[in-house]
Ligand binder design. Structure first.
Ligand code: ZN
Length: 146
């Protein structure tokens, strides 16, 4: 299977059957994100205990890339520490938005690097991550807008 087929398959899979959709039990933080260029919007809720993401869920609507990216991110970050999540954000952003070679630690997230060929879609792929970064910057449950 070539990279483009894998890209299609993962985007379609996560875009049509997103994982970790809903709200966390006892969330400690939430954040709304909005991409006006495409109309994507999502709400993240997280339960962060001792600096670790015990749970991360999202609700929202938008194009397949934004939903697939949120789903892949939520899957990748379950149980990760905030520091690990931010480090992964930096590597993801570098690959998708800045054109760096994808780091092996990105795993399945690397399929989204394909959006680099479509500059309008980069914000779709990074919306969930920018929203997460805003969420982690909060200290208590206060909604914010990415
Ligand atoms: Zn979009």
């Amino acid at each position: 299977m070539d990279v483009r087929e894998l890209y299609q398959e993962v985007i379609v899979d996560h875009g049509t059957r997103p994982r970790h959709v809903g709200r966390c039990d006892s969330p400690t933080a939430s954040c709304d994100g909005h991409n006006p260029l495409c109309g994507d919007q999502l709400t993240l809720t997280a339960r962060v205990v001792d600096g670790r993401l015990e749970d991360l869920q999202f609700t929202g609507s938008g194009c397949a890339i934004s939903m697939a990216s949120a789903s892949l991110m939520a899957e990748a970050l379950q149980g990760k520490t905030e520091a690990e999540a931010l480090a992964l954000f930096e590597r993801f952003h570098a690959a998708v938005a800045e054109g760096d070679e994808p780091d092996p630690s990105l795993g399945k997230l690397a399929v989204l690097v394909g959006v680099r060929a479509y500059p309008m879609r980069v914000k779709c792929a990074t919306l969930a991550w920018h929203t997460l970064k805003s969420l982690l910057a909060q200290e208590s449950e206060v909604a914010c807008t990415a």
